[in-house]
Design a protein around this ligand. Structure first.
Ligand SMILES: [Zn+2]
Length: 201
């Protein structure tokens, strides 16, 4: 059962290249109605896009907040809302790298390998200002890092080598015609053979 806010409205997803995606976003200081609506809409948008995480700037809002509903390495789904996230990564001998597939709802359809620590913990506050902490392995570790990056204006393309970045953009271009400008408000075009094995954030 979901503990995430429900009854939100689906908003169009902002793409890479828009300014709000590439600069440090504003910390959340007002936990009023506007934030509650934003968070519910972000959850609805993430679900409509079949993603595992979504940051506010991915719906064009300059605020440090993300929502997620993502499985860890054991298949346990963890979900939450994090405002003003701070990422904590293992160091020294505890730091192991995972070269898993990564995708972004703001560059829909494209995936590539991206090297990240295989464990992450994020701290912050929820949409009511209460302290929260989430940690995990597998895709969840990747998601927590990817979403915190978004709040800082970093996209995962920034973390790739030139070769991988080029390949990623080529793949995104190939899939671009399937995604309407206001996706996922309007659904993507049906296309046979579309790969669905990976999940984007
Ligand atoms: Zn993303």
């Amino acid at each position: 059962m979901s503990t995430l806010p429900a009854n939100g409205s689906v908003r169009p997803i902002t793409r890479w290249g828009e300014d709000v995606m590439h600069r440090l976003n504003q910390p959340v200081t007002d936990f009023g109605d506007e934030l509650q609506t934003l968070v519910a809409d972000m959850v609805a948008t993430m679900i409509a896009a079949e993603g595992v995480g979504l940051a506010a700037n991915q719906v064009g809002v300059d605020l440090q907040v993300f929502v997620f509903d993502c499985p860890d390495a054991d298949g346990n789904h963890v979900q939450g809302v994090v405002c003003n996230p701070v990422i904590h990564l293992p160091e020294g001998k505890d730091r192991r790298l995972d070269e898993g597939d990564e995708g972004c709802l703001s560059l829909p359809g494209a995936f590539t390998k991206c090297v990240r620590p295989d464990f992450a913990r994020v701290t912050g506050v929820d949409q009511h200002g209460e302290p929260v902490s989430y940690e995990g392995t597998g895709l969840l570790a990747r998601c927590l890092q990817h979403e915190t990056d978004h709040t800082q204006g970093t996209v995962f393309g920034d973390r790739l080598s030139r070769k991988y970045r080029k390949r990623l953009f080529a793949e995104a271009e190939e899939f671009a015609p399937e995604y309407p400008a206001d996706w996922p408000v309007s659904p993507m075009a049906v296309h046979e053979g579309h790969h669905e094995e990976s999940q984007a954030t």
